[in-house]
Design a binder for this molecule. Structure first.
Ligand code: ADP
Length: 644
């Protein structure tokens, strides 16, 4: 006899929702469901096929129960050997067919689930790539990867597990009920009453047991904690020196006692569980036999022995689906929580987007940059002091946030910054750490948008330019060089996939890294290791300079390395950078006097504002921030005779 007690109460996190899951239950709205089902839509045909197969296999799986009536009535009682053999064979055949169909069903099902997760993963990846830089600086990388992997894996389980289970169990139940009601409505109604009477108490017992298991587990953790603390060398020494033996013993004894009581309770909860289970599984069929017999003998009902056997068999087939459907509520809540989490990610705004009518200028850009009264804050609010996104989405929320703004004034990381970089020129930005140098430079490839004012590229507001085009015009060498775990060649080709060997070698020579590469056994095919860890900081920097040279942008941006490098490495980088800044449009965050001297204009930034600007000669004796920087940082970098 099949009964649902077989899989027991399940471990924590299994058959029942934890308190936390209950608290965080997502609201299941029509919109959410529509959205979930929209992912199934492209697979309508396959889904209809699965549905059909589930119906057939559910009906087929009930066939042996239904045919058992024929076996008894026509075969055994009717003493008809041919009928007996026929129905036995039919029953076996149908049963086999139902398993075969099950195989096909799970294949198509898995196929659909895999394709849906394929679609969702790709959509997620491409969405994440559009996320602004601030998203990556602000969120935990682990979280992002979890969404991409285990959350979307969860979707696959939902489709192959939860959805299928709901369908096949409902269908089995409906078919069993129809078959029972067609035989005899009184007996069928007894079944309808008996099945829930059986499943509800066993579920309850299961829940009690599950709660106890969880408590026992917590208690066990506590005991382990005590053991770890008191049985370690230093812990035991502490206990001894503070004379805490009795105290620790009491603590252990108490937890140990609790554990015993929980274990006894748990094992008894299991006993009650089985008492209820056995009683009800026995009561069900007995009631059917009794009432069926009464109807047959006393009320002359149109019932045969076979019919009653069928009823008993069908009754036993109903317990499992009912129990599964009750459990499905748990899976359902988890599935909805999963989808909600994934959709949350999909719905994160892509802050920096191409304008609908974005311009893609023809020909080579000049790489000119103009900052025109730029105000910028990482807090992302517009200059009017309202939360830009909230105000657009919901006027009320906007109102609330402007009240909040009144209380907490906006702190700008850039304040009214204006400057112009002409084609072929070089601007050096200097200033104390945290003054906003990187922030200003990050606005140029549009990693962030300004709050007020504008940044122009070749005299066009960059918000009007095609983002991809803009970024191909700009080459950035940052302090934190990122190389992919591949060969040097592959890292270079990332910038220009069709670069020839000669072009690569030339770029490497200009970047002062060719000697290093040719000294390697495998040359350009040398692997750089994970994130380029097999190379020194200076080598990585120079490869990244070669990469930018291959890209051949209209504008070069350098964030000059500070203290991370030794002076030889620095000199090599310097040699690579200098010809570039002397001949190309470039902007650099400078820490070295020699680069500063090569610049056409120096911008001195402090607390997000440009406080001084001009040439070294003009600034060095002005007695301001630059003079101070020069005295404390730059002066020591050159031999005394070179001092200006
Ligand atoms: P610099 O390059 O001159 O050392 P930054 O431009 O990196 O300075 O930083 C300027 C200010 O902006 C600092 O106060 C810094 O804390 C802040 N800041 C930098 N990056 C972020 C960020 N991603 N989110 C929030 N604040 C930031």
């Amino acid at each position: 006899m099949a009964h649902p007690g077989g899989h027991g109460p399940g471990g924590p996190g299994g058959r029942f929702l934890t308190e936390e899951e209950k608290k965080n239950q997502p609201k299941v709205t029509k919109a959410l469901l529509v959205r979930v089902f929209s992912y199934l839509k492209p697979y309508r045909k396959q889904l209809s096929l699965v549905l059909l197969l589930i119906v057939i296999s559910s009906v087929f799986s009930l066939a042996p129960s239904i045919l058992s009536g024929k076996i008894i009535d026509e075969g055994l009682i009717g003493q008809n050997l041919r009928a007996l053999v026929f129905y036995i064979a039919l029953s076996l055949g149908v049963n086999f067919a139902s398993h075969l169909i099950g195989v096909a069903e799970s294949y198509i099902n898995t196929w659909i689930a895999q394709h849906i997760t394929f679609d969702m993963r790709n959509a997620m990846f491409s969405h994440l790539q559009k996320m602004p830089h601030s998203f990556f600086t602000g969120s935990n990388q682990g979280d992002i990867i979890t969404r991409m992997t285990s959350d979307i894996d969860g979707v696959e389980r939902v489709i192959t597990g939860t959805f299928t289970s709901i369908l096949s169990n409902s269908i089995t139940l409906v078919v069993a009920l129809i078959a029972m009601y067609r035989k005899n409505w009184i007996l069928a109604s007894i079944g309808v009453v008996i099945v829930p009477l059986f499943t509800l108490p066993t579920r309850r017992a299961g829940k009690t047991r599950w709660d106890l298991t969880r408590q026992a587990q917590e208690c066990n953790d506590e005991i382990n904690g005590i053991l770890n603390e008191t049985m370690s060398v230093s812990g035991q020494l502490l206990v001894k020196l503070f004379g805490k033996e009795a105290y620790e013993y009491e603590r252990y004894r108490e937890a140990n006692g609790r554990m015993i009581r929980l274990n006894i309770k748990e094992s008894m909860a299991g006993r009650w569980f089985f008492v209820i289970l056995r009683t009800f599984t026995e009561i069900g069929p007995m009631l059917i036999y009794l009432v069926g017999g009464l109807l047959m003998m006393r009320y002359d009902a149109d019932l045969t022995v076979g019919d009653i056997t069928v009823m008993v068999a069908l009754l036993s087939r109903m317990y499992m689906p009912v129990n599964n459907l009750l459990n499905i509520q748990v899976d359902w809540v988890r599935a909805m929580a999963l989808f909600t989490r994934i959709f949350e990610y999909y719905d994160m705004p892509v802050e920096i987007e191409n304008a609908a009518d974005a311009l893609t200028p023809e020909g080579k850009a000049r790489g000119e940059v103009r900052f025109d009264g730029v105000w910028f804050s990482y807090e992302r609010r517009s200059a009017q002091g309202e939360s830009a996104s909230a105000a657009a989405a919901q006027p009320e929320a906007g109102a609330v946030s402007s009240e909040a703004d009144a209380a907490a004034p906006m702190t700008y990381n850039l304040k009214d910054v204006s400057f112009t970089l002409k084609a072929g020129d070089c601007i050096a930005i200097v200033g104390p750490s945290g003054s906003g140098k990187s922030t200003a430079v990050n606005l140029i490839p549009r990693l962030y948008d300004v709050n007020k004012g504008s940044v122009l590229f070749d005299d066009v507001d960059m918000r009007k330019l095609d983002l991809t085009w803009l970024r191909t015009q700009i080459g950035v060498v940052s302090q934190e060089t990122y190389l992919f775990n591949a060969s040097i060649r592959e890292n270079l080709l990332y910038a220009k996939p069709d670069a020839t060997e000669e072009e690569m070698i030339e770029a490497c020579k200009k970047a002062n890294i060719y000697d290093f590469i040719s000294a390697q056994e495998t040359g350009l095919d040398t692997m750089v290791g994970n994130r380029g860890l097999k190379l020194s900081g200076g080598e990585k920097q120079r490869i990244s300079i070669a990469r930018v040279l291959l890209k051949d942008p209209a504008l070069f941006i350098f964030d000059e390395a500070t203290s991370a490098l030794d002076s030889i490495s620095e000199a090599k980088i310097q040699e690579a950078i200098e010809p570039i800044i002397n001949s190309r449009t470039s902007i650099l965050i400078a820490h070295r006097l020699s680069t500063i001297l090569s610049a056409d204009e120096i911008l001195v930034v402090k607390d997000g504002a440009i406080v001084e600007r001009g040439t070294h000669e003009k600034l060095v004796n002005a007695g301001g921030v630059y003079t101070e920087l020069y005295e404390t940082q730059f002066k020591a970098q050159v031999p005394a005779s070179d001092h200006a």
